[in-house]
Ligand binder design. Sequence first.
Ligand code: FVH
Length: 296
Amino acid sequence: MTDNTPRNPLTLLGLGDMGTALARTWLAAGHPLTVWNRTAAKAEALAAEGAVVAASPAGAVAANALVVVCLLDDPTVGSALDGVDLTGKDLVNLTTGTPAEGRARAAWAEARGARFVDGGIMATPTMIGVPEAGGYVFYSGSRALFDAHRSALEVPAGARFVGEDPGHAALHDVALLSAMWGMFAGISQAYALTEGEDIAPKDLAPLLSEWLGAMGFFVGNAAERLTSRDFTSGVVSNLAMQVAGSGTMLRTAEEQGVSTELVAPYVDLLRRRLAADPAAHGGEDTAGAITLLRAR
Ligand code: FVH
């Protein structure tokens, strides 16, 4: 049976890879959509799918109360919306930025009479509109805006509201991406170590996946220890042992003719924690080293 419930109209600024993917899901779900893109040709296919194409950011913003922005970066958002009347608008910024940029953009939007929510997209364009792909968006800022438009915001991907601090969507986004980059670095090192040996990447791949899954316990373990500040109870693999073992890891890289540039910084951090007070920290969990990372 067809659902004929009218869908709320919205505006989207930015038709790059991500913006185009977002636009298609809203059109497919029956949301009237007005779009604008600097390079107008990118809107042509969407016009054929039912989008209204605005000639300027001001025209696009004027068309609807809900305005979603997905542009290259924060300065681009500022320049695209420079001089545009945002009074009474609900601005949702899906452009990737830093927490400080999210907070400054929120103040900027509110000073222009708009409600503001920042978003951090945890998905690639191919995951948009594919619920089983598991992509979602972190949102933070105006709870009232988020609640008012939640059904539209949930069309492209899941929606997770992480608080009224407009910097927190970006902070969650970058925290998860930082962990991902660390994992990518470790995987890169593993393949580099075995490359050229009689160990095919396709044979190492399932072993790596299985091992990383097993080591995923560190996520919850570190959270508990950072909350309790107890780095010594129930430790399974202590810092002194890990630091001693790190020498083997570094020497193996040298034997294999592989750079240690990806793993050396983490080894240095663990060594620094141990050297600060071997008696106190030697028996700790490696989560204790996290406390050294904050400069302030
Ligand atoms: N693509 C991805 O995998 C990631 C997934 C996570 C979130 N990111 C962020 O999403 C923002 C947009 O990403 P994108 O993939 O759409 O990026 P592009 O395909 O490069 O499109 C960029 C759009 O920005 C427009 N643009 C660039 N510079 C200007 C400017 N000076 N004035 C006005 N618009 C500008 C560009 O327009 P055009 O080049 O087509 O004319 C595109 O619409 C981004 O923050 C990611 O970090 C994506």
